[in-house]
Design a protein around this ligand. Sequence first.
Ligand code: F6R
Length: 615
Amino acid sequence: MCGIVGYIGYREAVPVLIKGLEHLEYRGYDSAGVAFITQKTGHIHVIKQKGKLARLKEDLRDVHLTSSVGIGHTRWATHGQPSRANAHPHMDMAGQIALVHNGIIENYAALKKELQHQGMTFQSETDTEVAANLIGSYYRKGCLVEALQKAVKRLEGFFAFAVIAKEEPDKLVVFKRSNPLVIGIGRGENFVASDAPAIMPYTNRVVYLEDDEFAILTRQNVQIFSLKTGKRVKRKPTTIHWSIAQAAKGGYPHFMLKEIFEQPRVVEMILKTRLRKGKIIFEKLDSKIAERLKHTQRIHFVSCGTAYHAGLVGSYMLGECLRVPVTTTVSSEFRYGDPTVGKHDLVILITQSGETADTLAAMREAKNKGALTLAIVNVVGSTIAREADWVIYTYAGPEIGVASTKAYLAQLATLALFSIFMAQIHPKGKIGHTKIHSLLRDLSKLPLQITETLKLETKINACAKDLYSKRTFLYLGRGYNYPTALEGALKLKEITYAHAHGYPAGEMKHGPIALIDKNQPVICICPRTSHTYEKMLSNIEEIRARKGIVLSVATRGDHAVQKLSRYTFFITKTEEMFSAVLAAIPIQLFAYKVASLNGRDVDQPRNLAKSVTVE
Ligand code: F6R
């Protein structure tokens, strides 16, 4: 997500901050900035810019101010478009403090109102500026730490902060809740960053902050305190032995694997942001759009690739929640298919990048015909997000591996919430309170269940070692997990270059069964909660009868499926609606392991681009 850097020491601060930010560029960002206390005037100087660091560096070229304490940031937009005004650092209205922030402050809207009542005005749309003003409202000369302590006690959400105060030029104060912060220990200088690569050019002695800890950095010293007890925490520095490139991947060999392992946190973040006290919250839903949603007569999912598979899962979810016809079409077919849509239709565009050419054209076509367009997008401020009538962001953070993993899971979690929300507001909602309650309960268990599923890695590795030289794979599933079969096949073919085919299992007898012999691996997605479980079991029997190699994804404890399979990957029992979320994990890991064993360029497979902005 966003990147934080902070420095206090004897060097010129700004070049240290810029170099640190350069080492965080791989994470993706849409704007950048620095704030520093100038030695000459003692004021805080903020320079920030939309776009790449090169633009910020250009702005800095004519600034001849010296400073030895400062903070820097690369922003990946969550609240408000990418713009200079929304870029960090943010100052409080009185110009006393400057703040950089990673994460999301969930109760920022209520706090903003409160501060506005006190007469404060805001320059940006960000939650960060609200936090800056809250800290500022508590600030008294010499008491930055106390002001930060008071402020964070009032904030809800996930955040990491680095703050400087004009009146305290010999101090840099940082705080962490959920979002990472690492402190770099130097001699006569100290550093802080959201990610180790930013400080590794200077030191490899680091201390990781734990949740709800704050630290005071001076030139000579680093002191850590617990927010709860107020007591000092003693922690010995550890030494990083990785290279900067390895550290960028958090110790994982590839970004794809790192992103697969980020999925519990991504889903947790979505649920924490969108689900409050049993109520589903979507921002920017004005009354006009809410009214049109209630009168929707047909829903169309339109997207490409992995996002198309998310749309398919979404169509099953909406089908379970609403008595309204739902279709799913790939964008390139929709845009040229003269689609029959009008003012009572809702067209949902799903896209990680928000820039996919076919999806953009499909959205414009739907808008021209009078349909209501909803974009489910990861990249804030992207073209599709800006042009759609309504946007729901997926909060997956930047995805660097070309093969989509965490963005897909974020799309599924968002679609689950949206489907339940539609059941609540639409007159044709099909499910009542009890079912909604049980769905929300199971939904909130997903982050832990995803973590549990990730433990399959070792077993999947052994299975991949057995099968990585195979050149063709078949994936079968039904209902919610028919899209999982398609997604499994897509993941495998795009990063391993082996042929893989996903099929609805009910179609097996209509063709693909001819492929099956003792050399053919077939991955069967067969959760016990599926209403077509018995049918899937019969499919597996048929594959066995022809000596095919069965790999299954099954519900923990399902020995019937296990007995028929060479390898079984167990997932936790969950509502059928969420089985596709858990089943996605083993198929992602399997593709990853097969690709690595074949020595493929996992993060940048041949011929593929992360964002397909041409037809
Ligand atoms: C596959 C993959 C692609 C994208 C597709 C749509 O792993 O990443 O299939 O899903 O190109 O891209 P977005 O979601 O950016 O519209």
